[in-house]
Design a protein. Structure first.
Length: 220
């Protein structure tokens, strides 16, 4: 088994070829088409907390599709176990699970993404989320304890913020939501800092030389 290592932000996301509930899939199948990917792991099928997450991911599937994000689940259970669990969740939640779930029996994907922790009591994968951009780079990663369900609204916001930052060359402040002001880069010289605070920076809400916000054009 390959060494288990957690990819860092801005490192290439390890590509993979794996069996899933949608057949054989590759990460690059999606990124090569310009899609973002939300890769999320769960410790085992038929677990209560993850069941609530899968139902909510399924309910929000179309929302993620609208912002060009592909959902992919992964655990070390078999395809048959995944299928049985997904069918059960569809009955419980009254919603179709449209995203693939990887059957990582050989732990190749889990090892490539550092999802099997030596300190764990068993080989179950930890509960992690990786945000991967169309260039195949890891842009964000979030880990959750077994007892805490993931906030799907926040994961959706992460991708909205990353896309906004990339498209506009800005950063997003705390609790940012689409339509709210964004942060522009701080001046890199004393001269530019003085200009920023002199009132010459039109269109900016200057709170300090290093902290300025602006409104983005409203998308038509």
């Amino acid at each position: 088994m390959a060494e288990s290592r957690i990819p860092r932000i801005m490192e290439p996301a390890p590509d993979f070829e794996a069996k899933s509930t949608h057949g054989l899939i590759r990460l690059s199948d999606y990124t090569s088409r310009g899609k973002w990917v939300l890769l999320f792991s769960h410790p085992a099928d038929f677990t209560p907390v993850c069941s609530t997450e899968f139902i909510e991911f399924a309910r929000r599937y179309d929302d993620f599709e609208k912002i060009n994000v592909q959902l992919i689940g992964v655990s070390i259970d078999s395809v048959f176990s995944h299928i049985a669990w997904v069918r059960d969740l569809e009955q419980i939640g009254g919603i179709q699970v449209k995203f693939p779930v990887i059957a990582d029996l050989d732990q190749k994907v889990s090892s490539a993404y550092g999802l099997v922790h030596e300190a764990a009591a068993d080989t179950a994968t930890v509960r992690a989320v990786f945000a991967i951009d169309p260039k195949g780079s890891v842009r964000a990663l979030i880990y959750y304890p077994m007892q805490l369900g993931r906030n799907i609204d926040e994961l959706f916001r992460v991708f909205q913020a990353l896309q906004t930052a990339d498209d506009n060359g800005v950063s997003c402040p705390a609790n940012w939501r689409p339509g709210q002001p964004v942060i522009v880069a701080a001046p890199a010289t004393v001269e530019d800092a003085a200009k920023r605070t002199s009132g010459a920076a039109s269109g900016l809400n200057v709170q300090s030389w290093y902290l300025s916000k602006k409104d983005l054009p409203i998308a038509k």
